[in-house]
Design a protein around this ligand. Structure first.
Ligand SMILES: Nc1ncnc2c1ncn2[C@@H]1O[C@H](COP(=O)(O)OP(=O)(O)OP(=O)(O)O)[C@@H](O)[C@H]1O
Ligand SMILES: [Mg+2]
Length: 249
């Protein structure tokens, strides 16, 4: 049984068809990186897997439970899938610790002591436990993103989704966030990651999906999709992201 199985996923916004029949699987413990040009539907795909968007048709099954089933409890389904956003999305008026405990208490009904214990454990894991009493604005971008990862982990997700987690960061802060993600991958976390970090994809991904125009154009191990792409569209995209000079043109 796959951790995430996506079959024939379609999503439109009005007349704009953004996902045109996506088939993809993430096996348990696998890291799958999604790459592709702006507007190709990468975020929409992730948002469907977390039910932040309701697909128009198709099926998403998470560890055997069809979350796109009409009768599926959306809140329960969402709890099983953690998500980390480009812009961190931390509550600015809450301390780091409270950012991590609020959903545990409200959604998982954990008592304060238990929620705090889990929170501290996850803050330690991402290396920012010393910031527990700080507010997000007092942290660097890299620290804020690590807090956001710890917050998602505190809910005990079966799968973690990352939507360009490092693209809002100053270049010197990217490494610390990728390092945390790499450790999570090593620990066996199942991860679906939208990223432009080709080196990360190359080294950490078990599988890479190249999306363009709402379809998966090519997928396979990074040694295939990144190092030896078969499709012209993949080659063109990679040439642009791997060569900074042509990127600025
Ligand atoms: N809520 C929405 N309402 C209308 N159109 C939307 C909505 N969300 C996304 N779109 C459109 O869907 C298309 C795909 O968007 P999406 O954000 O999934 O692309 P992306 O691959 O993540 O791009 P980027 O690399 O820039 O983040 C775009 O044309 C976008 O304008
Ligand atoms: Mg996006």
């Amino acid at each position: 049984m796959s951790a995430v199985q996506i079959d024939g996923l379609h999503k439109s916004f009005g007349t704009l068809e953004v996902l045109k029949g996506i088939d993809a699987t993430v096996e348990s413990g696998e890291v799958v990186c999604v790459i592709g040009p702006s507007g190709s539907g990468k975020s929409t795909l992730l948002r469907c897997v977390n039910l932040l968007e309701q697909p128009n048709s198709g099926k998403i099954v998470v560890n055997g439970v069809e979350i796109t089933d009409r009768d599926c409890d959306i809140d329960a389904a969402r709890r099983r899938v953690g998500m980390v956003f480009q812009q961190f999305n931390l509550f600015q008026h809450l301390t780091v610790l409270d950012n991590l405990t609020i959903a545990q208490r409200k959604v998982l009904k954990r008592d304060k002591a238990e929620a705090q214990r889990v929170a501290i454990e996850n803050l330690e894991k991402v290396g920012v436990a010393d910031k527990a009493k700080s507010y997000p604005a007092q942290l660097s971008g890299g620290q804020q993103q690590r807090v956001a990862i710890a917050r998602a982990l505190s809910m005990g997700p079966e799968v973690m989704l990352f939507d360009e987690p490092t693209s809002a960061l100053d270049p010197e802060l990217v490494g610390e966030v990728l390092g945390v993600m790499r450790r999570l991958a090593d620990e066996g976390m199942t991860m679906l990651v939208v990223t432009h970090e080709m080196q990360f994809a190359r080294e950490v991904a078990d599988k890479v999906l190249f999306m363009d125009g709402g379809v998966v154009v090519e997928q396979g191990p990074p040694s295939q999709v990144i190092a030896a792409p078969q499709q012209e569209r993949t080659k063109t995209f990679l040439a642009r992201v791997l060569d900074p000079i042509s990127r600025s043109e």
